[in-house]
Write a protein that binds this ligand. Sequence first.
Ligand code: SF4
Ligand code: SF4
Length: 339
Amino acid sequence: MGNKFISCDWLEHGIIFDHENVIRVCCSQCNEGGGRPVLRGQYYGEKLDWDRIFELKREMRNVQRTGQTYEKCRGCILLREDEWDDEDYINRLLLTHWINCNCKCVYCPAVRDEKLKANNRHYNIIPTLQEMCDRGILKKNAYISIAGGESTIYPEFEDMLHLLLDYGCDNILVNSSGIKYSPAIAKGITEQKVQLTISIDSGTQETYEKIKLVKTYDNIIESLSKYSEAQIYNKDMVCSKFIIVPGFNDREEEIEAWIENTAALGLKHVSIDVDLRWIHEHFDNLKNERRIYDLIVFTQKAAERENLILRYDERASIMRKIHKIDTAIFGGTMQRIKG
Ligand code: SF4
Ligand code: SF4
């Protein structure tokens, strides 16, 4: 039975396995209430009590049904009025339970958080996913996001992706550093089931190396080229992303070079975002940060000129909203953009 009230997709039917070995409802943390409601701590791949997981989600979801806002969700821009059902299932899944990476982006708090790294225990998530598939807990049309750390460097990555593809999942978004090429990702791209985002954050090797702190520019360009070629039936599956990192790449010429390189590789999608640390540091003054907003507008115009589809990710959307432009869709998949 559907009924209309304010809630969000993650609160209703979402789950994330995060790199603190915690199972949460979402990973959003830019809102007044703090976000990231917890469903279970200390998770290392054991068999899950799904009745308990859904019971906890219900307690949170029911707050929305009374017209109130669940404490952790206060001020979240993902809240919206819609028709929501009362069923228990997962149709939003974020896998980010690993932390190691093959690069060291200057804006990434995870790879340089020694305490977090020491506390993160990698586990094989395949049995958990297998149960979710076998019991139909996971919807086949679920939006699945695979992030990290860097997922492709884990031994079970190829098998994990094949499991989801074989189950019938067709709306999988992988975020990768692009340094290691993955045949499973390429297969999913060709089958139009996997959409890949590689955050290159630069238009030149020099800037890339300053931000990533590794000398792998050629690898990432080669991977982007191969993934671009894997787009046999649909040229919309691979996205090159640029996170504006003030002090490193916040220049029009850098964005221009990135856009031109992306088009030359035969890619059709780009996304723009802003460094989370910078957003947090300037949170009370974002409406006066016109320069960063102008770079987002510049990106929009350059992407339009090259006939690229531009996705605004979370912080870019926040900047647009603060500057009075609503971004209808963000943080979703490119399929959703087209839809
Ligand atoms: S409303 Fe925001 S904080 Fe709450 S579950 Fe949804 S995404 Fe997370
Ligand atoms: S690629 Fe992702 S996980 Fe790796 S250092 Fe960069 S932001 Fe962090």
